[in-house]
Design a protein around this ligand. Structure first.
Ligand SMILES: Nc1ncnc2c1ncn2[C@@H]1O[C@H](COP(=O)(O)OP(=O)(O)OP(=O)(O)O)[C@@H](O)[C@H]1O
Ligand SMILES: [Mg+2]
Length: 617
């Protein structure tokens, strides 16, 4: 797990360390404020566990001095020093233990608070946000980025504190006990530490490019496994194997080059480490020989030096982790600052009712991601309470977009939609959406049981209500044919339902919700005659005495509509009943019915892409 995480972070983008970044990083730790008691206790333990460690080299030196017959005021025999060493180790272990436990209390709770805050945001962000963000990226913010912050807090902050304490404390002790040797040491160690830091950075860059190459190979594997049917059907196995081999060869070449530098790095480190120690040992032994210091003092000096060298190197690593953490906190904050839908988390209690009518008044609309193309242009029509209105037209005419506007997934660019003469934007969002039921064009079921999927329409539904809804939706028979009945798991790791079965589950769900306005977006995929009959029958039950907008692809649904709205390229071109529209022999509806071709060629807006230049090909 730790290794896996490590490799995830290796590729995490870094941000610059500047005041703003640090402020943001500290800002994200506001989530820790509720747990500040634990945090303070953790800090105290961290202070003691880091500083107590500094006594260790001193005591080790004393041990050697006593062995050489030199006692001091504090210690007259070896056992006393041994007791002191044992206490130092004991205190150190105890405080380290407590520090980890206290910090975990803060860390785990605060990070889960951040995750909940992000999740809440995700659910409340408007649809337009999802048009511009990829799901994978949003997933990584809530998992990898938060994990990054978590590790930064639990490991890096503690390390930063410890290394700084060792660096400052160690240097002070050395200056006080042995200024001459310290100045000599300071001329060597920081330079060596910096050199190895730079070398290390270079190596990391190399291994990152190795990892990128490997990632490329994994992407190929993933793609191929996901579309294995296509690869086999087109007999492209050999082509894919060669593609994979080429990518791996590239990876191996980079990895081998990296290993050269890695080898050089390791030998440099050994050389620098021991070279530095040997030099100080050489200079120090002369001082011992001249009687300026004792053997014990030299020993503790060497150990302090090793501590200090280590902490300089450690601080470099910490800086690079901090950079990544700043990046992570920026990505998390970005979501937390994003504007949300005017939605109150408390669930709608009072779905609104429809008394008179819903009216589109000169509505125009462009999707925010394609603001130059008006998908709807000057749409006006009325749906009276209790009426069934069918929307028909070619694919891409803007029918589903009308449903999206009605659901307030987007706001019209111009014009208004009125519900009983009140702008729909003025209703509380929860109450408003609570009054609308949708059976969408593409039905996605959650990966739970059939029961949970139906209950989604009304979480408080009783067993009787669920069975009733399933029966109304003509779903009960096929549900009973499964050994687990309502408890059958659907989705990726369960039973795969057919298109018609999924539709009937969605109908049962809408049935339970019992909405004032029903929106049916018929699936374009054809059903066989029997499923079509079952779906149609259940839809009729659902629509019974209910205001309904039907986006229709089947003639059978349209014929009985009170009103048919014919759309083309984002405009309404005809409105009327089936009979009256058929009268117009040159009308678009007549054409649609004659060819029974309710979805054919696209009628899209013009895009800047130079399609015409391909015409002669
Ligand atoms: N989220 C979106 N962002 C940008 N453009 C979109 C988006 N959704 C749909 N469109 C575009 O809006 C236009 C109308 O799409 P819409 O889904 O309303 O068509 P439709 O009439 O429902 O077609 P179909 O019968 O195929 O379902 C199309 O050109 C489509 O490419
Ligand atoms: Mg559609």
């Amino acid at each position: 797990m730790a290794l896996h995480r490590q490799s995830l972070y290796e590729n995490a983008p870094k941000a610059k360390i500047n005041l703003q970044g640090i402020r943001r990083l500290i800002g994200i730790y506001r989530f820790m404020l509720p747990y500040k008691g634990y945090f303070l206790m953790g800090l105290v333990c961290l202070f003691f566990s880091s500083t107590v460690l500094l006594a260790f080299p001193y005591l080790a030196g004393k041990l050697i001095d006593i062995a050489n017959g030199k006692t001091s005021r504090l210690f007259s025999n070896m056992n006393q020093v041994a007791y002191a060493l044992a206490s130092v180790l004991g205190i150190q272990s105890l405080f380290s233990f407590l520090r980890i436990v206290f910090f975990a209390q803060v860390n785990e709770r605060a990070m889960s608070d951040i995750r909940i805050a992000l999740f809440e945001r995700y659910l409340q962000l408007p649809m337009s946000f999802y048009d511009t963000h990829r799901v994978g990226e949003l997933m990584s913010r809530i998992s990898t980025d938060v994990a990054m912050l978590q590790d930064t807090f639990s490991i890096t902050i503690a390390e930063l504190f410890r290394q700084t304490a060792i660096l400052i404390g160690g240097l002070c002790i050395l200056f006080i006990t042995n200024p001459q040797l310290t100045v000599f040491m300071l001329a060597i160690v920081p330079i060596l530490a910096l050199l190895s830091l730079l070398f290390g950075k270079f190596i990391r860059k190399l291994s990152k490019s190795t990892q990128d190459k490997l990632a490329k190979a994994s992407i190929i594997t993933e793609e191929i496994l996901q579309s294995i049917q296509t690869v086999k059907a087109f007999t492209n196995e050999v082509f894919e194997i060669n593609r994979y081999r080429r990518t791996l060869q590239d990876f191996v070449a980079t990895a081998l080059k990296t290993s050269l530098f890695r080898g050089a790095f390791v030998s440099f480190i050994i050389f620098a480490l021991f070279g530095g120690i040997v030099t100080i040992l050489w200079y120090g032994s002369q001082l011992v020989y001249e009687g300026k210091i004792t053997t014990g003092e030299l020993t503790s000096f060497i150990i302090y030096t090793m501590f200090i060298g280590g902490s300089i190197g450690g601080l470099g690593d910490i800086l690079s982790t901090l950079q990544k953490a700043i990046g992570a906190s920026e990505r998390v904050e970005e979501i937390l600052l994003e504007a949300i839908e005017p939605y109150r988390i408390e669930r709608f209690q009072q779905p609104i009712v429809l008394h008179k009518s819903i009216r589109f008044e000169n509505v125009s609309f462009a999707y925010p991601t394609r603001s130059e193309i008006n998908v709807l242009q000057n749409i006006s029509f009325e749906i009276r309470a209790g009426e069934k209105v069918a929307l028909v037209g070619h694919s891409g005419a803007g029918k589903s977009t009308i449903a999206q506007l009605l659901l307030r997934f987007y706001e019209p660019t111009f014009g208004t939609i009125l519900w009983d003469e009140k702008n729909i934007l003025n209703f509380p969002l929860g109450d408003y959406r609570g009054a609308i039921g949708v059976v969408p064009q593409e039905i996605l079921l959650f990966g739970g049981t059939i029961r949970e999927n139906i209950q989604y329409g009304k979480p408080s539904a009783t067993e009787e209500e669920i069975v009733w809804a399933a029966k109304q939706a003509n779903a009960w028979d096929f549900i009973c044919s499964f050994p687990d009945g309502l408890d059958t798991i659907v989705g990726e790791r369960g039973v795969k339902l057919s298109g018609g079965q999924r539709q009937r589950i969605a109908i049962a769900r809408a049935m339970l919700k019992n909405p004032a306005l029903l929106i049916l977006d018929e699936a374009t995929s054809a059903l066989d005659a029997e499923s079509e009959y079952l779906v149609q029958q259940s839809l009729e039950r659902l629509m019974e005495s209910r205001t309904t907008i039907i986006i229709a692809h089947r003639l059978s649904t349209i014929r009985y509509a009170d009103k048919i709205v014919v759309m083309q390229g984002g405009r309404i071109i005809e409105i009327g009943s089936h009979e009256s529209l058929l009268q117009n022999e040159r009308g678009e509806y007549r054409k649609l019915v004659d060819y029974s071709d309710l979805e054919s060629k696209q009628t899209q807006g013009r895009s800047p892409y130079p399609c015409d230049s391909f015409n002669q090909l």
